[in-house]
Design a protein around this ligand. Structure first.
Ligand SMILES: [Zn+2]
Length: 409
């Protein structure tokens, strides 16, 4: 169930101004997948549609659909369907957590071809971490059966607030040494150094944003307002509205972990009483340790929850209630169709706690069509979202013309 739904997605320009990029957008979104439908939707002549599609075919971006011909909207013979060729290039994606990272090679339609996850300590600083990601990428490409020259872009998720214009993190509480660092430049250099391939665009975004983007696109493409809350070492949220990430003016939208909830617990950001200081995976681990249960991190709590530890379950439920109290405001403001809980604490006890407070505190009208659920893509949501973000950026109508010209078509 996805709650109340509405059509989402970007609009391509119709009318006689429709470019090759607009036609590609119509095909990719599934709104027009035959020449006749493209003519109808744009008002372009048969010859102009043919000419623009021809460029997309020559670039290798479009192909004839595997589904075979369908009835033509213009009548007459069944029409050949068109589809985006998701295998003409690959995307590299990585998702950094504070002590762990995942990297993947993906097709342009989001299929993971090869992946690696392992220990990578964000506190070691951007130089060491991004160089290591370059090495991971270089090893993964042959595993995926692709050459470095086939990579069209790189997407990276980081556990901190990101200025998406510059790709730099802004005063991140959990990323000492990364403030203002040129992440894009260094990751691009690491890629070229370790693969010998030319530089490609690098996009950086917040980890919860990318998880939200990945989960929404794969599981809830018609949900017009989607919120994902990641509860691991810290707490963060990603918001997808009408199919696009909502980042706010400064990239700070969704950074709910540092809302004061009025206790005296010291937070990693240096303030007291933040939500993350009392209800994150790290906070639950601390309380378990105080009670004599060995736990240091959110992932330790995850393991205890999986093993059915009653103390971990009780504390996770209490943490869920505290987060649910804050989410009542979030839900009232955004009226989402889906509220998804992800990260180390995402499980029945925590979600039960969220529901208890949420339905008590939020107005019935803002929860009437709300589904409160746990994440579906698991650990892969971040890399899937990062890959999708790169593809949406590179194949956006406004960027297609320039890229086609660069390819000589
Ligand atoms: Zn804080």
């Amino acid at each position: 169930m996805t709650g109340r739904v509405g059509r989402t997605g970007k609009t391509a320009r119709g009318g006689s101004q429709a470019s090759a990029g607009d036609l590609l957008e119509l095909v990719r979104s599934g709104r027009a997948v035959t020449r006749g439908a493209l003519q109808q939707m744009t008002g372009l002549s048969r010859a102009t549609v043919g000419h623009r599609l021809d460029r997309l075919f020559r670039a290798g971006w479009l192909r004839e659909g595997a589904g075979g011909p369908v009835d033509s909207p213009l009548g007459g013979r069944p029409a050949v369907t068109l589809e985006f060729d998701g295998s003409h290039a690959v995307v590299l994606a990585a998702d950094l957590d504070t002590r762990h990272a995942r990297a993947a090679v993906l097709t342009l339609t989001g299929e993971i071809l090869a992946e690696h996850s392992g220990t990578l300590i964000v506190e070691d600083g951007p130089e060491a971490v991004l160089a290591e990601l370059g090495r991971w990428f270089a090893r993964l490409l042959p595993e995926a059966g692709h050459r470095p020259e086939e990579v069209c872009g790189i997407g990276l998720g980081v556990p901190g607030p990101v200025d998406s214009e510059t790709g730099r993190v802004i005063q991140p509480p959990m990323m000492t040494g990364w403030d203002g660092y040129d992440i894009r430049g260094r990751l691009s250099r690491a890629f070229t150094e370790h693969t010998g391939a030319p530089a490609v665009p690098v996009l950086v975004d917040n980890d919860a944003n990318l998880m939200a983007y990945g989960e929404q696109r794969v599981g809830y493409p018609d949900c017009a307002a989607f919120v994902l809350v990641k509860v691991s070492t810290g707490i963060g949220a990603g918001v997808v509205v009408d199919g696009a990430l909502y980042r706010g003016v400064d990239g700070g939208a969704g950074d709910i972990g540092h809302i004061r909830v009025g206790t005296d617990a010291l937070c990693r950001c240096g303030s007291y009483g933040c939500l993350a200081a009392v209800a994150s995976g790290g906070a639950v681990a601390r309380r378990l340790a105080e009670a004599g249960v060995p736990a240091e991190s959110g992932s330790d709590v995850r393991e205890l929850l999986a093993a059915g530890d009653p103390q971990a379950a009780a504390l996770a439920r209490e943490a869920g209630r505290q987060v649910g109290d804050v989410l009542a405001t979030v839900v009232t403001l955004l009226n989402p169709g889906v509220l998804m809980i992800a990260g180390d604490l995402a499980g029945t006890p925590f979600v039960t706690g969220v529901r208890e407070l949420l339905y008590q505190r939020a107005l019935p009208r803002s929860t009437a069509h709300l589904d409160v659920i746990t994440a579906r893509l698991g650990e892969r949501a971040g890399v899937i979202g990062a890959g999708a973000l790169v593809v949406e950026h590179l194949y956006a109508p406004e960027r297609v013309e320039e890229r086609l010209l660069a390819l000589g078509v």
